[in-house]
Unconditional design. Sequence first.
Length: 91
Amino acid sequence: MERRRLRGLLVVAKVAISLMLLIGAGLLIRNFVRLQQVSGFDETSVVSMRVSGTSRQLRNRDEVIAYYRPLHDAPASVPGVQSRRFVSALP
């Protein structure tokens, strides 16, 4: 009797897990299809550059901020610049 109950519980657990996996796969496929339909950003007016400081030059957080601050603020004075960002990796 107890084995039957355990077997039934295991079957219910397997069905529940299978159902969750099927729903998750369906959502993943739906989101992938939606992602394929999204148009990308317009990179024709984007300028990028690589800037790096050596570890000897930039010892602490304040030095890092002091080093990069002028690089971040300078483009704001250029006509037509709408925004500027720092990123660790370009898309």
